[in-house]
Design a protein around this ligand. Structure first.
Ligand code: PRT
Ligand code: ZN
Length: 298
């Protein structure tokens, strides 16, 4: 294991994100929603932060854990799968928080003409993967001896080429596996994009910047799919109405006229469909209003 690099004191925070690929645009959009803006360099590898002292480095996702470990970048947005694959050989970085996009699974898949009987069926087999450390760790934990065939790409085709008997690869909708006559049989990891950072504080101005960024991320991610719901109801109908809103936060309640008519406002997480509104109306709510929420600071 490489010794941790000595970090230079810095006033600006540097975040590594994927230059192109599945996580590139969502990562930039999320950071922009946190109020960050940048001036791009001509080579599009470095973006100088304008609204805050937070710069971006645009790189290949596989390089992000090493950049954090080496201190060239402070934080990174990367798939949990990539982070954990590298974490097997380094304790210098960790997942700070999940970011709610780039969801996928790391699955073991076998040819569709196998009759799957369980993990022991992998004993003595060759399994192709781009995640050898994660697969190796899982096989050890299961007590299965199998050959890990490390490939950097085109893993799904390995069984058809005779390079492996099974595969361990990322899956989202599963169409790629199906197109290669493979079926997923086990999930090793549920992954999504995460904010990764060092395991220990920076010890300079970057700690406050990182905290500020995390607070903004909290606000933005909590608001995803959230709506403010406003309605009126008779006092006695309120308990039944709140039962219809299990994902809602504790409501603010105002008395409208006399003692019995109340106005309620509550932040609802998840979709607020017409069906929800009709159910609430039947249970005694009126004047229902669903309002988008732009920003929140708890
Ligand atoms: O160039 P660079 O090295 O930066 O990019 P990359 O090609 O290594 O990564 P990229 O952009 O393909 O993926 C970046 C991250 O997106 C991954 O590390 C995962 O965290 C996440 N992600 C989410 C996925 C998928 N979904 C996904 N479906 N990464 C890869 N796939 C592959 C999958 O392996 C299969 O081959 O996409 C193919 C289609 O999947 P199905 O199941 O939808 O057919
Ligand atoms: Zn990559």
């Amino acid at each position: 294991m490489a010794p941790p690099a000595t970090r230079a004191v810095r006033e600006r925070l540097r975040i590594a994100i994927q230059k192109t690929g599945r996580l590139a645009e969502p990562a930039r959009a999320l950071l922009a929603a946190c109020g960050l803006s940048w001036r791009e360099s001509r080579d599009r590898l470095f973006c100088h932060g304008e609204s805050m002292p937070v710069d971006l480095l645009l790189v290949r996702d596989d390089d992000i854990p090493g950049l954090i470990e080496g201190g060239a970048c402070d934080l990174g947005i990367v798939g949990r799968n990539v982070l954990l694959e590298h974490a097997a050989s380094s304790a210098c970085f960790r997942e700070w928080r999940a970011l709610g996009f780039g969801g996928c699974r790391l699955d073991i898949a076998v040819p569709d003409d196998w009759t799957w009987q369980g993990p022991t069926q992998l004993q003595g087999k060759r399994i192709a993967t781009s995640y050898p450390a994660l697969l190796d760790g899982w096989l050890r934990a299961q007590g299965i001896e199998a050959e890990v065939v490390a490939l950097s790409g085109s893993v799904e085709i390995a069984p058809r080429l005779g390079q492996a008997d099974a595969v361990c690869d990322l899956v989202s909708c599963g169409a790629t596996l199906a197109a290669n006559q493979l079926v997923p049989v086990l999930t090793l990891l549920h992954s999504e994009a995460v904010l990764a950072g060092p395991a220990t504080p920076f010890g300079d101005a970057r700690d406050a910047l990182a905290q500020l960024l995390q607070r903004r991320l909290d606000g933005v991610l909590r608001l995803k799919d959230s709506k403010l719901l406003l309605f009126q109801a008779q006092r006695q109908a309120v308990p039944a109405l709140l039962k219809l809103l299990p994902d809602a936060e504790a409501p603010t309640v105002l008395q409208v006229d006399g003692a019995d008519t109340l106005a309620l406002q509550t932040l609802c997480h998840g979709a607020m469909t017409w069906q929800h509104l009709e159910d609430l109306k039947r249970a005694g709510a009126c004047g229902l209003l669903v309002v988008p929420v732009e920003r929140m600071l708890a």
